[in-house]
Design a protein around this ligand. Structure first.
Ligand SMILES: C[S@@+](CC[C@H](N)C(=O)[O-])C[C@H]1O[C@@H](n2cnc3c(N)ncnc32)[C@H](O)[C@@H]1O
Ligand code: SF4
Length: 493
């Protein structure tokens, strides 16, 4: 429902449970068509009381503007492993109370109910691991039957690749550079023309960092599972620097090696040859849409014909190919989007990823005032994609959600049977340790048994990376040693 025409009500959040303030705000933002957070708005009160002795939690939600009555739930806490798990449970209950109050008061059901996190499938896996009925748990969080079925389908499709060994790691290499900026994108990525002078130094420092990561892998007895070169658009690097980075990766044996080439205008025969020589197994060639007018409007700086030409060129090599689409791009109707889906399916790529537009604050689209959040159009597009892509023999195998997505929907990756991108599953389900190189790269140490993920970040911007990246990544070894020590101590207990 597009409620842009309706007046938005202003509410000011107040709660006795400050720790969950942001999460409660996120629940309110799910209803952003109807509500606006404003410190001068009507008080929106959330009171959380925990009875530690009897293990009960009571949540009361009130807002005079929306409903004279309040909403109250009382739930028994289940057994928890530690205080972190207890807080997580209380938070989930409190969030679902806020959602239920708003959903009833505004008479709106959101597809994912009270879930606001990036990883619905990770939560489903968690419920299953604890021996719970994941479907019922998600129902209690007000996730719709259709989305519960989708999550389950994805979790099932992940099973063949889900389990990694404790010593298996992935290597992520970030190249946050693009030939130009797309109007919808808010990824941290610099335009090549602005950083041209820094690129040779970036490539050589990155090469050193990759070599250091390779030593860490070898000396720690890790087994390399996947390599993923992303960004940005890695193929926007000039050939010489692209080859330098790829060469550093060529000696590392991995079961899967993806380069998120992405932008058709950066995919050339020399780049494809370099990737082929390096042992790359999977690349992306992304149109986002097959409508030329939309491409022009979003500043992709390539044509539909160029996408087809580069796709065909890539097909002369032995890569698995992924194709990204975005639903709800400006000016597109469900029919236009359906034509893009059909056009992509006709090419028969191994993977298709269907994103739903997230109108992020820093993007040119948002800054330019674009605000089409029609929930019915978004749902029609995503539903069409699901039916058509599945009908063509693919299975949905990973998903993630972002803030400000049209219709509060999701991004779904589809694959031909057996063609799951293992790295995408690893990163979304947080099942495997990732060593990340390059500006903005975030390494993650995953201790699955303890349910713990620890992070180590490289400096974000290109400038900072060039100035002190080396100093930061040289200390990564200590971070990994500490994480291993903690894992060892826990395992010995
Ligand atoms: C990190 S980008 C890299 C891909 C590559 N640079 C390209 O543009 O082809 C990965 C994908 O995220 C999707 N994406 C980026 N920003 C988005 C947004 N605001 N909403 C929805 N999808 C988005 C696009 O489909 C894009 O291909
Ligand atoms: S969508 Fe891709 S090419 Fe466009 S700005 Fe974002 S990362 Fe760069």
């Amino acid at each position: 429902m597009n409620e842009a025409t309706q007046k938005r009500l202003k509410v000011a959040l107040r709660t006795n449970e400050e720790r969950f303030f942001t999460e409660f705000e996120d629940e309110i933002k799910l209803f952003r068509d109807r509500l606006e957070l404003d410190k001068d708005g009507e008080i929106f009160d959330v009171e959380v009381d925990v009875d530690d002795q009897n293990c009960f939690v009571k949540v009361v939600v009130k807002c005079v503007l929306l409903d004279a009555k309040s909403y109250e739930i009382v739930r028994k806490l289940e057994q928890f492993r530690d205080n972190i798990a207890k807080i997580a449970q209380i938070k989930r209950i409190a969030k679902s109370a806020v959602y239920k109050f708003l959903s009833d008061a505004l008479n709106v059901d959101e597809p994912y109910g009270s879930l606001t996190g990036i990883r619905p499938t990770k939560l489903w896996h968690e419920f299953e691991t604890k021996g719970k009925d994941a479907d019922r748990e998600m129902e209690a969080l007000f996730v719709s039957p259709a989305k519960r079925a989708l999550i389950k389908e994805i979790v099932d499709a992940q099973k063949p690749v889900y389990q990694s060994g404790a010593k298996e790691v992935d290597l992520f290499v970030n190249i946050p550079i693009c030939t130009s900026r797309c109007a919808y994108c808010s990824f941290i990525s610099a335009e090549l023309s602005r950083v041209q002078k820094q690129v040779p130094r970036y490539a050589s420092l990155l090469r050193e960092e990759i070599e250091d990561a390779a030593r860490l892998i070898r000396e720690s007895g890790y087994l390399l599972r996947c390599i993923y070169v992303g960004g940005g658009t890695p193929t926007s690097l000039p050939d010489e620097q692209f080859e330098e980075v790829m060469d550093a990766l060529s000696k590392l044996p991995a079961r899967e090696f993806t380069v998120e080439a992405g932008r058709p205008d950066t995919i050339t025969l020399p780049k494809l040859k370099i990737m082929d020589k390096t042992g790359v197994t999977r690349i992306s060639v992304n149109p986002q849409t097959l409508n030329q007018n939309t491409l022009d409007a979003i500043g992709r700086r390539h044509t539909v014909d160029e996408f087809f030409a580069k796709y065909e060129l890539a097909r002369k090599f032995d890569f698995d190919v992924n194709v990204d689409l975005i639903a709800m791009l400006p000016g597109e109707t469900p029919e236009m989007f359906a034509a893009s889906v059909d056009g992509v399916i006709a090419l028969d790529p191994e993977n298709v990823t269907v994103h739903t537009l997230a109108l992020k604050k820093g993007s040119a689209l948002k800054l330019g005032g674009y605000d089409n959040t029609s929930e019915s159009d978004a749902a029609a597009m995503v539903d069409y994609a699901y039916g058509a892509i599945k009908g063509a023999g693919y299975v949905p195998y990973y998903m993630y959600r972002q803030k400000y997505m049209s219709g509060n929907l999701e991004n779904v990756g589809y694959c031909k049977p057996g063609k799951q991108c293992v790295y995408n599953v690893d990163i979304m389900e947080e099942t495997t340790t990732i060593i990340a190189c390059g500006a903005g790269g975030i390494s993650k140490f995953v201790d699955r048994e303890a349910g713990r993920v620890e992070r180590y970040a490289d400096p974000k911007g290109l400038d900072v990376y060039l100035a002190r990246g080396e100093e930061v990544w040289r200390r990564r070894r200590e971070f990994f040693d500490d994480c291993e020590r903690r894992r060892g101590v826990r395992a010995d207990k």
